[in-house]
Design a protein around this ligand. Structure first.
Ligand code: SF4
Length: 246
């Protein structure tokens, strides 16, 4: 899976629709382009959908603060300024997990999220007006007394993206390669250790891992072309096989 496509690439959506000569007038023609480009980011208006149990946490992925993501406003790949919650893709693809390819339809249409309701490819003004505003973080949809919050805090402290970003920068400059690569490897190890601790000791279901901790650091690094060698016995089995689409 490539870098997080946090927000829809609006130009891409509009140009693809035009190329297909399926230019809508003022209504959705269910071409599916917006859903194929990735699921929505959740806003406070969406909390009720999760809290009512219409959609589960296993369908979400956290984009951690500092993680690189595509910003459609300035069309740049940049670190996200604030933690974001996004609907997961299918396996290693960012196509929204709720998109039904055969039917060209949303499986949760009745409960679709704010961004899905506002994204109209023939007029993106409403959608653009909410980008990055009033978005939620993990703590907004986790019980305040759940012990996993403490583990999330530890994870953020031990494996922060600002440290990852600094190390990638230093490595790109070719400085102290061995020492800095060892530091990066240590962050990857800590990331995996904390995840495994939550699963084996706190009973966290594996399906919730991407929501609780975001994508594993070694996977994110591989999108930067940085391959961190992990001893086979340190890599949990769940990463050795391709995840099933949700
Ligand atoms: S939730 Fe439904 S409408 Fe929204 S991106 Fe996914 S498939 Fe499309």
């Amino acid at each position: 899976m490539k870098y997080a496509k946090v927000f829809h690439n609006l130009d891409d959506i509009m140009s693809r629709t035009k190329k297909q000569k399926r230019i809508p007038g003022d209504s959705c023609i269910r071409c599916g382009t917006c859903c194929l480009k990735g699921g929505p980011i959740l806003h406070h208006e969406d909390k009720k959908i999760i809290l009512a149990g219409h959609i589960g946490h296993q369908n979400l992925v956290t984009i951690r603060k500092g993680e690189l993501a595509y910003n459609p406003v300035n069309e740049k790949l940049e670190p996200v300024a604030r933690e974001l919650i996004k609907v997961r893709g299918k396996g290693k693809d960012w196509t929204c997990c709720f998109y039904d390819d055969k039917e060209s339809a949303c499986k949760i249409y009745k409960y679709r999220f704010l961004e899905c309701r506002l994204l109209k490819c023939w007029d993106t003004s409403e959608f653009i007006s909410i980008i990055g505003k009033n978005t939620i973080i993990r703590a907004d949809i986790i019980n305040f007394n759940d012990p996993i919050l403490k583990v999330i805090e530890t994870h953020e402290k031990e494996c922060p993206y600002n440290m990852v970003k600094n190390l990638i920068f230093i490595l790109s400059e070719g400085k102290d390669k061995t020492e800095n690569f060892a530091k990066l490897t240590e962050l990857v190890r800590k990331d995996l250790t904390i995840r495994s601790y939550a699963i084996s000791e706190l009973g966290l279901q594996e399906a919730f891992e991407l929501f609780i901790f975001g994508r594993p650091l070694f996977e994110v690094l591989s999108t930067h072309g940085l391959s961190v060698r992990i001893p086979p016995d340190s890599l949990p089995k769940r990463y050795s096989t391709e995840p099933e689409p949700l």
